[in-house]
Design a protein around this ligand. Sequence first.
Ligand code: ATP
Length: 341
Amino acid sequence: MNRALSDTLPAGNDAELGASTGAGRPLAIQAQGLVKRFEGTLAVDGVDIAVPEGAIFGILGPNGAGKTTTLRMLLGIIEPDSGTRTLLGHRRPADVARAVGYLPEERGLYPSMKAFEAIAFMGALRGLPLAQGRRRGRALLEENGLGHAADRQIRQLSKGMAQTVQLLGTLVHEPRLVVLDEPFSGLDAINQGKLERLIRRLAANGTTVIFSTHVIAHAERLCEEIAIIAGGKVPFAGGVDEARDRIPAQVRLETRRGEGSWRAALPADTEHDTKADGTHLWSFDLPDGGPEPLLRKLIEGEAGILSLSIERAGLHDAFVEIAGEAAARALEVDEQVKASE
Ligand SMILES: Nc1ncnc2c1ncn2[C@@H]1O[C@H](COP(=O)(O)OP(=O)(O)OP(=O)(O)O)[C@@H](O)[C@H]1O
């Protein structure tokens, strides 16, 4: 056990220090086999999650997939029926509550409080002295373009502004771990962009950020690692690139010649078209060996390459591959609903 930490831990504390990824990076969150049932509904069915410290980690899944239930179990707001979780090295989330910031899915602040007071109040709930919270509240509002609203009551703010105030209240005590449940919901495109930048700044300063979303684009733009959740299960957890690599990249090739020894380098199910000018178009999955052996054979066989493009799969296609069409359709509907809001 780390000497400095062991000195601060009371005897018999159940903290479990030193959890780390295979690559040796310490973990801010480690959950194994989390299960939660509500009156006959199996909301979460054996979820494993490992969130490295300092990461931006997304939990991506459609409505009802189990995202909120998972986050609540991680935070100790509800207890799992089975499974274990470690938060910042502690088995009891309450032991590290002051180092955690949480934006719940249900938004709500006292309507009569002024914006800067609301932030200070949220900080006080996590142990920050009120005077300090008030100072930081004003500064945070200023930094985030809401300085003019500091003395306005919450009831006088727009929904998006109030949501930003609540988010700042989640951050005012400078938590090491920030848990955001659907933070982009209810924000317009400009404020979504601001929130993305804020999340990046937090991570750049060493804060771990975990957020849930049903919008693939947010996870794809922000996250190094994700967990895909569908029907209470996590069929994939790992790097965004690793998820995208589940699907072969698509090659589009244009050649002057249509025959030659190089044809053997193209997969059997390659699509082929001959254009009016006699040149050839080929589309196929990038073979296992990657682009270099393919290119070598095309050049050695004198295919007469006119153009070649390789397009990696997007996270949406990876999601379909991993979680299935039905879950992906549910996500798409969510995005359409969002777009029409
Ligand atoms: N307190 C509860 N009582 C009964 N059922 C619940 C409760 N909380 C969640 N559920 C059910 O558990 C399942 C997972 O819900 P959860 O809120 O975790 O999903 P979610 O992925 O966060 O969805 P959303 O994006 O709609 O918030 C759903 O079927 C939901 O109806």
